[in-house]
Every structure is written in C-alpha cells, then in structure tokens.
Design a protein around this ligand. Structure first.
Ligand code: SF4
Length: 556
C-alpha cells in the first residue's frame, strides 16, 4: 500500500494503462490468479471458512493493522478460504473495503469485499468494480448496506441506494459477460470480468411479511447472479435449517455459508436492543450470556464453544461453510472453532437443542418437526393479517383501467398522451397536475419512473428510506423499518396489501430495474403511456412510431 503514496495519480494511471494495454493486467502485480475462495465454495469436499474483518475508521489505526495482520496469518494457513472485509457497517465511514481487499490479495489470501450500495451510485459501482477486477479482487458480497449513521463528516451523509442488491448483482453479472456500451453510435464490448459474487439473507425475521420478503428477494438475487449466500447474524438452529430447506425445496443449488458471530455480552445487549440492523439476539440468549460472563474468563470459552457448536450444526445441516466474525477475534480462536467444530460435527443433531432461541410469536416458513426440533417439509400456515386501505382499492381500480395496456380506456387515451407530450406547455401543466395528485395520494417524489406497480401502490422513493424496489433490506425489526422504527417497513405493508388478493407471491415474480434518472421530474403517466418507463417496457408498451424526419421532443 505504501507504494501508492509515492506515485502521483497521473503516474499510477499511466502505469496501469500501459500494463493493461499490454493485455497483461499487471496492476495486481504477481498476485495469485486462481480464486481459492471460489474453488473452496464450489468444491463439494471442502467446508469453507471465511473470517470477517471490520477495518473501522481511519487509515493508519490499530484496527486496520490488525485486519492486515489477521490476513497475513490466514495467508499462512490453508484453513481460511477468504478474509471478508465489511463496507462501512452501521453506516459508519470506515476504511474502504475495496482498498483493503486489494492489499489483502497481495498478502496471498483471498479477500471477500463487502460491496454495499448505500453510498455509491451505479457509475461509482461500475468504476470500483473495474478497479477491483484489475486488482484481481474477484469475490464480492453485494449488499444493500446499513443506513448512514450520524457519524459522517459534519453530520449524516446523504443516502444513495441508487441500486439495490438485486440490481447490483445484475451489474456484476453483466460485467462478467462483457459489458456492452455505445459511444458516438459505435458499439463496443469490454473484456469479461471474473467476479464471484454472493448475497446476504436474514432468515431470522420475526414476522411472516418480513420473512417472506427476504425469501422473495433471495429468489431474485439468485436469478440476478448470486453464486453464494451468507446469512445475517442469528442463533436459532431451526431458522438456519429453514434456509437450507427453502433452497432444497425450491430446487436451488446455491451454496450457503452460516454466519457465526463470536458474541460477548456487550455486543449481545446492543443486538438485543435492535441497534445492529438485522442481527437477532433474543432475551433468552442474552440471559444465557449474562450468566456465562460471571465466570473468571467472562464467558470467553463459552462463546468459543458456542461458535464451534454452530460450526458443527452448519456442517450437519448442509451449509457449504461458515462466515466467522466478531470484534477482536484472533487467528487462534478461528483455529479452535474449526478444530472443535470438526470434532463435534458427527453429533451435530444432539447440539441443535442448544440453539433453540425462537423470537416471541416468531413465524417459520415450515411446520416444526417435533422429533428433530427443526423443520418438516410442510409449509406452515401463513396467517398474517391482510390490509386493505381504501387508497389501495382505488389504485387497483385506476390501474386496471387507466394503466392497463389492454384496456379500451388506455387505447383511447394513448393518442391524447402523445399529443400532450408533443406540446411543452401542455406537458408541463399536465406533469404539475399529475405530480400534485400523486403527492397527495402517494407522497410522490416525481422520479418519472414510477414503481407504484411494483410495491402494491406504495412509493419506494418516499416510503422506503433505502428506495428498495425489489423487496426489503435486511434491517427491519418486528415489522418496523430499520431507519424509521415507528413506521412499518414498506415491504411489510406491501405484503399485507397483496395478501388481501392472494397476490403476495408476486413480490418475487420479476426483477425491477433501478430508477431511470433520465426521467426524473417528468410525467410518469406520459412515460408509461409512451413506453418510456420500466413498467411500460415490462408490459410491452411500445413508444409511438417516430414520424419520418421529425425528432420527438426530449423527455425534459
Ligand atoms: S422501509 Fe423496509 S426496506 Fe425500506 S429501509 Fe425500511 S426496513 Fe428497509
């Protein structure tokens, strides 16, 4: 890393360009070209272990050096298949995962870069991915990311969330296929990258709408290209089993890694108070940790043994590996967990009862198997109450008539839409009236690429602080929003509305593209009628034919 500070930015660019043009990407020096993490995940005989590092704030602090030191130790062993580096966890600005991963790669162990979409728009994502590819950092965990905290420079940062994790995976998949682009009418295709990208899921959700939302979104993440899955932090064996069951019963072969967080009492209390988005520690587990910390080692051995037992259970349940983390976790602790975990694996079923930490009124996707305490293959009844606010019925009616390309109303109005669109004055007046109406009805943000269709007529731009268009983030708690804890998660409300008409599974049906900012502050109704927005394209609405010789007016 020191070398970078010596070369001026221009010299770096020249060096890289020179090397790349020679077709031999030397930016990554003589780093190993094989991806041992990918090999381990795809090798049926290997139980994969990743070790999570949280670099923290700063560039030259002890925490960054500790992460590098841990990577060096891991590089020397063949027990750890990747060092994973978090990306501003809890929304706290920290050393960039990308930079640290490039350095870790040079140390001779595979990095797994957490790639959160909270702070970067799609262009920055693409740029960073080019950099990672050139540095041979191939393993990615594509995440939505925790909301920005108020620890940024002069206050809370502006949340970006231009892409969600499903769109992020699509971007990576497109780059792996060779990104096509056009400049000055000339089409070009970039050399394919070789990313191995995964996604996260939180099966430890308490309510039916939240949990179903996680699985609908996971379905889309797998369709978008996720090659592996890592669970969020939780200690309920039945929930860990549920994910494996869901993958099996839905015919997915995507390997999954179980998250094992070495949990001291302090961190457990913070998670129990729902102050770490998506991490679940029940009162029962907290009480157990409180008891364990009364012994001289303050519960250190107990949490190591708990981690080893989770390792054995994950191995027994059919996970492809484990993702181990926790503050101040040392290499020796990881070695112990692996060793003890392997020793306990043959009797993993006897250990599951120790991980019986259900949430109060917690919903499970499958009925309980009373014999094993885990899940049967029978789906559990889904009794969550549906909701049916009048605005929802009105919206359904309006969309079935005005926004249904097969309806006579639509066909009758389309020529009028074309005429309004052709007249700048009329168009602007129309847009203002439309926006006023939609602000009153949906708190519309005038993005022009309306997603009301996709979220049961709830606006993800105003109702979801992370603008999630493809399903919930992982941060909701007992149905409440991660960011606005006194407000229900928009996807919980969407699920309940759709459930009224037995349409809740439609959340998982298709992938919603990211908002097209070209349409920002334009009439979404005209964009729909004239085939310019994502929904009209999905429904096959064609833009009006261009009259020969006359250019159609620009959208704004
Ligand atoms: S509304 Fe739901 S998806 Fe959006 S940020 Fe809140 S918890 Fe996440």
């Amino acid at each position: 890393m020191a070398v970078c500070f010596l070369l001026t930015p221009l010299e770096i660019c020249y060096t890289v360009r020179y090397k790349i043009n020679k077709g031999q990407n030397k930016m990554s020096g003589d780093v190993r070209k094989t991806n041992t993490f990918k090999e381990a995940v795809l090798n049926p005989d290997v139980f994969c272990v990743t070790w999570e590092q949280t670099p923290g704030k700063g560039a030259l602090e002890a925490q960054q050096n500790e992460a590098l030191e841990n990577a060096r130790k891991a590089a020397g062993s063949n027990k750890i298949h990747a060092i994973s580096v978090t990306d501003n966890p809890s929304g706290i600005p920290s050393m960039s995962s990308e930079m640290l991963c490039a350095e870790i790669k040079r140390l001779g162990v595979e990095p797994l870069a957490h790639f959160a979409l909270r702070d970067k728009n799609r262009n920055e994502c693409e740029s960073l991915l080019y950099g990672l590819a050139a540095a041979s950092v191939s393993n990615l965990l594509v995440l939505t990311g925790d909301y920005p905290s108020n620890t940024g420079f002069k206050g809370t940062a502006r949340p970006v969330f231009d892409l969600d994790s499903v769109n992020g995976l699509q971007l990576v998949e497109t780059m792996n296929g060779g990104m096509e682009y056009e400049t000055a009418g000339k089409k070009s295709v970039l050399k394919p990258t070789d990313f191995f990208a995964g996604a996260a899921i939180s099966p430890f959700k308490q309510t039916e709408p939240e949990l179903m939302g996680q699985y609908y979104k996971l379905k889309k993440k797998i369709e978008a290209g996720a090659k592996f899955i890592i669970t969020q932090v939780g200690y309920d064996a039945r929930k860990l089993h549920e994910l494996i069951q869901w993958l099996k019963l839905n015919g997915y072969k995507t390997p999954a890694l179980a998250n094992i967080y070495l949990l001291p009492y302090g961190a457990a209390r913070v998670m129990n108070a729902n102050r770490v988005p998506g991490c679940v520690v029940t009162d029962k587990l907290l009480a157990k940790l409180d008891e364990e910390r009364t012994v001289p080692d303050k519960g250190k051995q107990a949490r190591l043994d708990r981690a080893a037992r989770m390792y054995a259970i994950a191995r027994g349940l059919g996970y492809k590996g484990v993702h181990v983390g926790g503050n101040s976790t040392t290499y020796e602790m990881i070695e112990y967990i692996i060793g003890k975990g392997e020793e306990l694996s043959p009797k993993w079923q006897e250990l599951t009862a120790e991980f019986d930490f259900p949430q109060k009124n917690g919903f499970y996707l499958y009925q309980k198997d009373e014999k094993t305490g885990l899940n049967s293959e029978k789906l559990a009844a889904r009794n969550a109450k549906a909701s049916n606010p009048p605005i929802y019925n009105f919206s359904r009616l309006a969309h079935a008539t005005l926004f249904n390309p097969n309806s006579i109303v639509f066909k009758a109005l389309k020529p009028l839409a074309k005429r309004i669109d052709a007249g700048p004055k009329m168009k602007s007046v129309f847009g203002t009236i439309e926006h006023f109406k939609k602000v009153v009805l949906f708190d519309c943000q005038n993005c022009g690429d309306c997603a009301l269709f996709d979220v049961a007529f709830l606006c993800p731009m105003s109702q979801c602080p992370k603008n999630q268009r493809n399903g919930p983030c992982g941060g909701s708690y007992e149905g409440w929003c991660e960011v606005y804890p006194n407000k229900k998660c928009v996807w919980v409300e969407a699920y309940r509305r759709l459930k009224k008409y037995k349409k809740e599974d439609s959340i998982g049906e298709y992938i919603v593209p990211p908002c097209d900012w070209e349409l920002n502050h334009t009439s979404s109704w005209l964009n729909f009628y004239l085939g310019r927005d994502h929904t009209s394209k999905r429904l096959g609405i064609k833009p009006p034919e261009k009259k020969a010789g006359r250019e159609l007016p620009k959208t704004n």
